[in-house]
Design a binder for this molecule. Structure first.
Ligand code: EPZ
Length: 425
């Protein structure tokens, strides 16, 4: 597996454009299945997860190609609603295809996506919502078969504001008969982007961004050209890296309104942040101050997808910080690796207690999952000496060549492939 070699201690500087949002592109690519014809989706990031989604769409009979940052997608030729098990195993988010395939074909066969490094990743809320719309769902072993002669709109109250369940139900309801109202819906910006895409195709969805989303069923949808929103988690990762290296960075093509909770925490740590339109400027010239308490929870609170990165930054702060993870039960796997770099972190159930240290020290660490890997890169950029981050493929699921992005900001970071023991260009 590939690894990243990072020379620490270089303050990041310069400007970089943020690529499109993985977590908006995936459900939107799935939703495109509901309109037969040719879609053009722009600002799609070149990521492992995107390529898996495109492989799944091709396996269903679509023609799908990513050129630069644009996906051309022909969905009329789709003939199957059976997602190959090996592709589901590669990316659990393929579960987003259940709603669209059920709406289009009246049938879908998927497989339990299973857990991952950060938690159990249950899908009971997805299945409960689809059953409420009239789907008959059989679960045999890890195979799930859904059938629905006709989906009928209804009221659905989610036990938890699950992003994926909200999106799956929204998509299934778009072609249902009658009106569906989702209560306790997730409010993430990616859900607003999905609503915008669905309505561009001719749907009638309102309320995304609030906890009540209403979908008035329509007869058919038409394919569109669409541009994905910027990735707020990539933006937040670069903001935190700029602060952790005491750098001075300009981030372009961003949505500051998607990051208010992150901006608030960084300012409490003493980081200077200037915001205007689609630009965020981040600078930090002194050791960060500790932040008394950060609690991850659904948007607009502090995002779980930036918890590990913030922990890497605050492990260098002056004082005690507490981070409480309330979304995923296994999202502290980066703690051991940060500790090996000299961080002083104690975990008690879903709380991490950080006593800030003046320096971290480079060593060999292992990325266990996507955001933990990004946190270790931040720690390596800020550390004294050289850090080797192994299992770098995890990071490629959510960052389009992270070494190139940080290289543009002056970092010394190289990718090595153990097969060739050579630097990967
Ligand atoms: C989406 O995952 C994101 N992925 C995740 O980003 C993100 O961390 C998460 O939302 C929370 O914001 C994509 O959008 C592709 P959830 P999702 O359903 O939809 C429980 C990244 O790093 N739950 O909101 O799977 C679940 O176990 C990834 O980019 C149920 O109990 O998240 C978890 O504890 C990681 N039953 C919590 O809800 C269900 O049916 C949040 O899950 C569904 C979820």
């Amino acid at each position: 597996m590939e690894k990243l070699v990072i020379e620490g201690g270089i303050p990041l500087s310069g400007k970089v454009r943020i690529h499109g949002a993985k977590n908006a592109a995936l459900p939107i690519l799935a939703a495109s299945m509901m309109a037969e014809g040719v879609h053009r989706i722009e600002n799609v990031p070149d990521l492992l997860d995107i390529h898996v989604m495109l492989r799944i769409l091709r396996a269903l009979g679509c023609k799908a190609e990513l050129k630069g940052d644009t996906v051309s997608l022909e969905t009329a030729s789709a003939y199957s609603s059976h997602i190959p098990e090996e592709l589901m195993r590669q990316m659990r988010s393929s579960i987003f295809l259940m709603g669209p395939l059920l709406a289009r074909f009246g049938h879908v066969q998927v497989y339990q996506p299973g857990g991952c490094a950060i938690g159990e990743r249950k899908i009971d809320l997805h299945l409960k919502g689809l059953r409420a719309l009239g789907a008959e769902i059989e679960e045999t072993g890890n195979t799930i078969v859904c059938r629905a002669e006709c989906l009928v709109g209804t009221d659905i109250a989610l036990d938890y504001p699950s992003v994926g369940a909200t999106e799956n139900i929204m998509m299934a309801a778009v072609l249902a008969e009658g009106v569906t109202t989702i209560y306790n819906a997730a409010r993430e910006p990616e859900i607003q982007d999905l609503q915008h895409f669905l309505n561009e195709m001719g749907a009638n969805v309102t309320g995304a961004g609030t906890d009540v989303i209403t979908i008035e069923g329509v007869k058919r949808l038409t394919p569109v050209a669409y541009r994905i929103i910027p990735d707020r988690i990539v933006t937040g990762t670069l903001m935190i890296a700029a602060a952790a290296t005491k750098g001075n960075v300009v981030l372009e093509n961003v949505c500051p309104a998607h990051l208010t909770s992150v901006i608030h925490v960084l300012r409490r740590a003493g980081v200077q942040i200037a915001v205007n339109d689609d630009i965020i400027k981040v600078s930090c010239s002194s050791r960060p101050k500790a932040v008394e308490r950060i609690i991850t929870s659904p948007h607009p609170s502090f995002p779980t997808d930036l918890q590990a990165q913030m922990m890497a930054f605050l492990s260098l702060a002056d004082g005690m910080s507490i981070i409480k993870e309330t979304v995923f039960e296994g999202r502290f796997k980066h703690v051991d690796e940060l500790t090996r770099m000299g961080a002083d972190i104690r975990v008690d159930q879903n709380c991490a207690f950080l006593r800030g240290v003046p320096h971290l020290y480079g060593t060999t660490v292992e990325a266990t999952d996507l955001r933990a890997g990004a946190a270790l890169v931040i720690a390596g950029l800020a550390a004294r000496g050289t850090t080797i981050v192994e299992q770098a493929h995890h990071i490629d699921r959510g960052y389009d060549r992270i070494e190139r992005i940080f290289g543009w900001l002056g970092a010394k970071i190289e990718r090595y492939s153990p097969i060739r023991q050579m630097k990967v260009p």
